[in-house]
Design a protein around this ligand. Structure first.
Ligand SMILES: Cc1cc2nc3c(=O)[nH]c(=O)nc-3n(C[C@H](O)[C@H](O)[C@H](O)COP(=O)(O)O)c2cc1C
Length: 170
């Protein structure tokens, strides 16, 4: 049995925002050439063998329909010098193609857009999509990974803002 919450969704969002995260740019392609591009910080790894990751997407987002039907998905873990991409991909009202027209990208396997200059990329095939509340959890079976040797720290998000993260401690 669930009880009525004693907080509203703004407070819930504010509390969750105290958990610092990295920032990813997710791109996806579906049948018929549909493409999605959006900024996501709900990314996490799930399984090492087989390699699986997940992220959550709002059912209200315009990327939702493409993602749940996606053939291939690429997750770009953004560097601090890629904040412009994070802001562009978080702009509501732009289609996936419009978001991509403003950045440099190249087609990867099955045409999924890949963003050069990204410190780390994971790409693969959409697995299960689990509906939960007003979001879906999208699982991805990872079959390609790419690391770019760089000293640029990851872009981070904390308390509703992009923040300068600390670099490696060693
Ligand atoms: C740092 C950051 C992280 C975000 N993470 C998510 C996320 O995990 N899931 C999600 O659905 N939207 C997330 N968003 C919001 C989407 O990027 C934003 O709603 C985007 O405009 C969705 O695009 P669409 O409506 O064109 O699909 C995030 C936005 C920012 C700035």
């Amino acid at each position: 049995m669930t009880t009525e919450p004693l907080f509203d969704s703004a407070e819930f969002r504010q509390v969750c925002g105290h958990f610092p995260t990295g920032v990813t740019a997710v791109t996806a392609t579906a049948a018929g050439g549909a493409v999605a591009a959006l900024t996501v910080n709900s990314f996490t790894s799930v399984s090492l063998s087989p390699a699986k990751v997940l992220f959550c997407v709002a059912t209200s987002s315009s990327s939702f329909k493409v993602l749940v039907a996606a053939d291939r998905i690429a997750i770009h873990i953004l560097g601090q010098d890629q904040e412009d991409i994070a802001r562009r991909f978080a702009t509501s009202g732009l289609s996936g193609a419009e978001k991509l027209s403003g950045v440099s990208w190249a087609p990867g396997p099955d045409g999924v857009p890949l963003l050069p200059g990204t410190p780390a990329i994971l790409a693969g095939v959409r697995d299960e999509v689990i509906t939960s509340g007003d979001h879906v959890i999208v699982l991805v079976d990872v079959d390609h990974v790419h690391l770019k040797p760089t000293k640029v720290p990851a872009l981070s998000f904390y308390r509703g803002r992009f923040v300068a993260p600390t670099g490696p401690t060693e």
